[in-house]
Design a protein around this ligand. Structure first.
Ligand code: BGC
Length: 538
């Protein structure tokens, strides 16, 4: 293992539109994120993953960019970004931003010039055809888009769009486009970011291989990684690599392509384990995934800003997870996923939600928390598509959840007002006062993990826990070993005690100290992290 900040990071994902409205215009903003960076520090977070803040019509959560080098006026100015990066740095928090170069918004000046003039150099920034061509890719949002080709009347041709029809695909086989990407990357590195979340990574080689077929187009990730690390040695590429697990090694290479890989395989199998109340499938999946390279790391999460995309399961397994956590049609999306947050999926059961976080934080790799998960926020199924999980952060029981001072009808982002997940019930301030609250329990897990470099930086092994309901993972480095045991079931169980002498580091509730060699009891949805006793003086 080669050390690096990303090996044992704790990442927190923030949508600047929904975190805090400091300017008082009904939308969250970058100044609001700066204002609440201490909340992240209090949670033990070491890296902020900032969701899109670039100028955008926001028809795709801001992934529909019109200028990669700016800040949307509704969110602030470029100087707010400087302040955000500097303040985060003072608090020991790194900032990773989105690199969205698979497509642009159709309102991007490049596309506007491309469609207006066949001779414009911008024409071949995009992918055109006189008639829709057979395509290697399917629409990413089935049910919303039925083709990857759309006709543009002004251009007199069809353009390709893997995602929405308002997001034309950039032609990454055009060297001029690749130079533009370098300018974007250089700009944000110079601004002080610690890396990029590489959006839609698997769609990129499909284009770059048309310029050079080496490694099926994956050569471009090597170039990008070189470009980044020459300018900023500690910066990372966090790849959104939703491909079969057998291909993970190709994307990691030796850490010279993506530095961190968002692990859809472990995510899907974690939910299968939760649905079955049996950890066997997760243990098996973790054993099957390739170990990350010495310069690489996995990133794991429970929920994020998108749907819970279950494509890495078999059809039958996916049905099991859907039946358990998305029984109603309105919970489901794109024929493959769930548009709910974790807490409603687990019926607001605090012990089960805390256990799911203990499980996340026990996995090999680093955890990513979606804002609001630490307090068990709910979703708003009245919102379209994935907007259901993008409601405003619930800070307090005060006006608009303490998010914004405007009258509620002027809020630009949805607020959950009523029901068990409404802001009067679920909010940060209330949970700060309550040691049984999720904020306390999840925060404690995350801060404890921050003090255990063995998890993340060490060697890991999935154990035979002796109980199918319990996932056991051993993490070790420098002679220190930590074992994480998590009971995903609602039954009281016992796990096998690993060889050695063990003491509790953190648990769902206090347990009597482990008796040498005796089984380790775990309550319903219980978890225990144990440290091997060290005898410094014999
Ligand atoms: C983002 C989605 C977005 C898509 C298109 C994904 O990686 O997470 O929210 O819709 O890219 O840019």
């Amino acid at each position: 293992m080669i050390p690096g900040w990303y090996r044992d990071a704790i990442i927190y994902q923030v949508d600047p539109r929904t975190f805090l409205d400091l300017s008082g215009d009904g939308s969250g903003d970058l100044a609001g994120v700066v204002d609440r960076l201490h909340h992240l520090r209090g949670l033990g977070v070491t890296c902020l993953w900032l969701l899109p803040f670039y100028p955008s019509p926001f028809r795709d959560g801001g992934y529909d960019i019109t200028d990669h080098l700016g800040v949307d006026p509704s969110l602030g100015t470029i100087s707010d970004m400087v302040q955000l990066i500097q303040t985060a740095d003072e608090l020991g928090i790194r900032v990773v931003v989105e690199l969205v170069v698979q497509h642009t918004s159709d309102r991007h000046p490049w596309f506007q010039q491309a469609r207006a003039d066949r001779d414009s150099p911008y024409r071949y920034y995009y992918v055109w055809a006189d008639e829709p061509e057979p395509s290697e890719i399917e629409p990413v949002f089935p049910g919303t888009e039925d083709s990857v080709w759309a006709r543009d009347a002004l251009a007199g041709q069809y353009y390709r769009h893997a995602f929405y029809s308002h997001e034309p695909d950039l032609n990454l086989a055009n060297p001029a486009v690749l130079r533009e990407v370098e300018k974007i990357v250089a700009f944000w590195l110079q601004m002080g970011v610690s890396g990029f979340r590489l959006d839609g990574a698997p769609y990129i080689p499909e284009r770059t291989k048309r310029l050079d077929a080496t490694d099926g187009g994956l050569w471009w990730f090597d170039e990008l990684n070189d470009f980044v690390t020459v300018r900023s040695p500690g910066a990372v590429l966090l790849g959104e690599v939703d491909v079969p697990v057998q291909q993970y090694a190709d994307y990691f290479a030796d850490g010279h392509r993506v530095t961190m890989l968002l692990n859809f395989w472990s995510n899907n199998h974690l939910f299968l384990a939760l649905a079955r109340q049996d950890a066997t499938s997760l243990a098996k999946a973790l054993r099957q995934q390739p170990p990350p390279p010495a310069r690489g790391q996995y990133a794991n999460w429970l929920r994020n800003n998108d749907e819970l995309d279950l494509e890495r399961l078999t059809d039958d397994e996916r049905e099991e997870v859907l039946a358990a956590f998305a029984p109603r049609e309105e919970h489901r999306i794109y024929g493959r996923g769930i548009r709910r947050r974790l807490a409603p999926m687990l019926d607001g059961d605090r012990d089960r939600i805390a256990m799911a976080h203990a499980l996340l934080l026990s996995l090999p790799g680093v955890p990513v928390l979606h804002y609001g998960e630490e307090i068990g926020m709910g979703d708003d199924l009245g919102q379209p598509e994935r907007e259901a999980v993008r409601t405003v952060m619930q800070w307090s029981a005060e006006h608009n959840a303490g998010f914004s001072p405007v009258p509620p009808d002027r809020l630009r982002m949805p607020l959950i007002a009523d029901g068990p997940f409404g802001y009067r019930e679920v909010n940060v301030y209330r949970q700060v006062l309550d040691q049984d609250a999720l904020l306390y329990r999840i925060g404690n897990l995350s801060r404890t993990r921050g003090g255990l470099p063995q998890i993340g930086s060490g060697e890991t092994a999935v154990l035979d826990s002796g109980c199918s309901a319990v996932l056991g993972v051993r993490h070790g480095s420098g002679g220190e070993t930590v074992v994480c045991l998590v009971n995903v079931s609602d039954a009281e169980v016992e796990a096998t005690q690993p060889d050695g002498e063990w003491v509790d580091v953190i648990a769902d509730r206090p347990y009597p100290p482990p008796e040498p060699g005796a089984p380790i009891p775990l309550r319903r949805y219980g978890y225990r992290w144990l440290r091997e006793k060290r005898h410094l003086v014999d």
